[in-house]
Design a protein around this ligand. Sequence first.
Ligand SMILES: [Zn+2]
Length: 236
Amino acid sequence: MIANDPRWAQVLARDAGADGSFYYSVRTSGVYCRPSCAARPARPENVAFHPTAADAEKAGFRPCKRCRPDQPREVIRYCLGPTALGQLLVAQSLDGICALLLGDDAAVLKADLAHRFPKAGLVEDGALAAFPKAAALMADPSAKVDLPLDPRGTEFQRSVWNALCGIPAGQTVSYAELAGRIGKPDAVRAVASACGANPIAVAIPCHRVLRGDGALSGYRWGVARKQQLLAAEARA
Ligand SMILES: [Zn+2]
């Protein structure tokens, strides 16, 4: 019976989109889990479904230590697709865009997202409204960023990212100048590494920072992309 239940298919698929709509318990271990739990799937004959975590607890089950079904969980929706700068992954929390990741390989970008948000429920959403806007920004990086941003980082990193957003399109600054702008002129190396840790490519324009001698310096998303972005802004 359980094996034919559509919820069992969601458990086998570890479908984070099903999280919150039901929980499942395993008689042999005495624990209950979210559908997306990474634990090895139980045998269907030992499984029962529960509409809420409270129902599972009432039935005598303990919350799994791995997926913590008794704690609120953040859901992050994401969408992947090709853009002028290669594959783009757009991830959105309730508060805004929490990652714009660029690369050549969709599977690598998905793994990167999972690594950044190990505790979140990641739900692929091909209709994410932010995707076309973000993709347009990849083609025209000098356009105004019309997306709410939710960058996660330390206070220092966020101050650097905030300063990056103050560099107009078509202009560049050095890491030393940027360090001066946040009032930490001696923290040039830390500023450079905060730029490298920027999780929101292009919308937080870390590509507008060059080395002191004007050289391109590195770029988390590949120097060729940095070159392409700066060239597009110079044309605009
Ligand atoms: Zn679990």
